[in-house]
Design a protein around this ligand. Structure first.
Ligand code: HEC
Ligand code: HEC
Length: 294
């Protein structure tokens, strides 16, 4: 199933060379602002859902669920209100295990389940280093966000590919690279069937159906109204199995369907548009392997 055809050997070589030429900070900037889309939660938004860029990553969406009320934290290097006083290992612990350091603000309080660490735990060490390097390089913004309120123990659904993990060697296969990116983008957190408040990656993998209710986010952006995640399995009619590669890439990066209709957020098309073509091709190659479900 190794399909080099879509990428071409030259493309693969160019992508590999580009990755090698990047510094960790550049790699982190690329990941955070494209597939990881950390700002989709951590950057504050206007009423219509546009990111407020001068306050980038300084604290964003306020989530209210039966299990918790939580505000996406200030993850700029501000010493007092951001993560400036945390060590690299402490920042990594928050991203991949959902734990806070045992000192300072909210010492030891776990991160609410909406922070997708069950996906981020799959991050390769080199990429995790890169993300931390980039977070340290952004403009510190002083902005204290509200403390979380936990109403139930933190529960996250295991994501099979993140549990199994990835290796550098495996990612030379574009389909595995696509699986890795789809994991980091936590695509299936929205796109797997939503059952009793969690994503069902076992019986409803990629099947769609999750609805984004106005009660989930404080000041629910008007542009999100009525958003319901769609079936992105390889099913020919219910899913995207009959779409061309270009159709799939256009939906992911521009939020436009093959018939020209517009897709609604919260999917972060503008961040995904910053992905390299090689990464987009890898995602398409992987999505073609997602078992057909109706
Ligand atoms: C779906 C929304 C969402 C996304 C996407 C997201 N986060 Fe978070 N994150 C949160 C929320 C909400 C909290 C706070 C949880 C709490 O207070 O219990 C949080 C907390 C954190 C913290 C802890 C900081 C502190 O001071 O408590 C770090 C570090 C962090 N996120 C980094 C990241 C990075 C890096 C990314 C991208 C790789 C990311 N987050 C993507 C929602 C998100
Ligand atoms: C925060 C939730 C969320 C995340 C994360 C997300 N999506 Fe989506 N996606 C949606 C919603 C909601 C829609 C449907 C919007 C609409 O119909 O207006 C959608 C639509 C799509 C579509 C169009 C399908 C169709 O039939 O029109 C594709 C393709 C897609 N997503 C792929 C992805 C991929 C690949 C990723 C990860 C890189 C991803 N999505 C991440 C919520 C999300």
């Amino acid at each position: 199933m190794f399909r080099l055809g879509t990428l071409g050997f030259a493309g693969l070589l160019a992508a590999t060379t580009a990755a090698l030429a990047q510094t960790p900070t550049e790699r982190g900037q690329y990941l955070v602002n494209s597939i990881l889309a950390c700002g989709n939660c951590h950057t504050p938004k206007t009423a219509s859902g546009e990111p407020i860029l001068e306050k980038e990553l300084s604290g964003g969406l306020v989530f209210n669920t039966p299990a918790f009320d939580a505000t996406a934290s200030n993850i700029t290097p501000d010493q007092e209100t951001g993560v400036g006083a945390w060590s690299d290992a402490e920042i990594k612990g928050a991203i991949t295990h959902g734990v806070r350091p045992d000192h300072g603000r909210l010492a030891g309080v776990p991160l609410a389940a909406v922070m997708p660490v069950n996906f981020y735990k799959a991050m390769l060490p080199r990429d995790l280093d890169a993300v931390v390097a980039y977070l340290r390089s952004v403009k510190p913004v002083h902005n204290a966000v509200a403390d979380p309120v936990h109403k139930a123990p933190v529960h996250r659904e295991a994501y099979p590919d993140a549990e199994n993990g990835f290796t550098e060697a495996a990612l030379r296969d574009p389909i595995k690279q696509g699986a890795y990116l789809v994991t980091l983008g936590h695509c299936m957190e929205c796109h797997s069937a939503w059952q009793r408040g969690v994503s069902d990656h076992i019986n409803g993998f990629g099947k769609g159906g999750r609805q984004f209710a106005p009660t989930l986010v404080k000041g629910f952006p008007s542009t999100w109204e009525g958003a319901k995640a769609r079936n992105i399995t390889s099913h020919k009619t219910a899913g995207i199995g009959a779409w061309s590669d270009a159709d799939i890439k256009r939906a992911i990066t521009l939020g436009v369907r093959p018939d020209g209709t517009r897709l609604k957020p919260p999917m972060d098309f503008a961040s995904y548009a910053k992905m390299t073509n090689a990464d987009l091709e890898a995602i398409v190659a992987y999505l073609r392997t997602v078992p057909s479900l109706e």
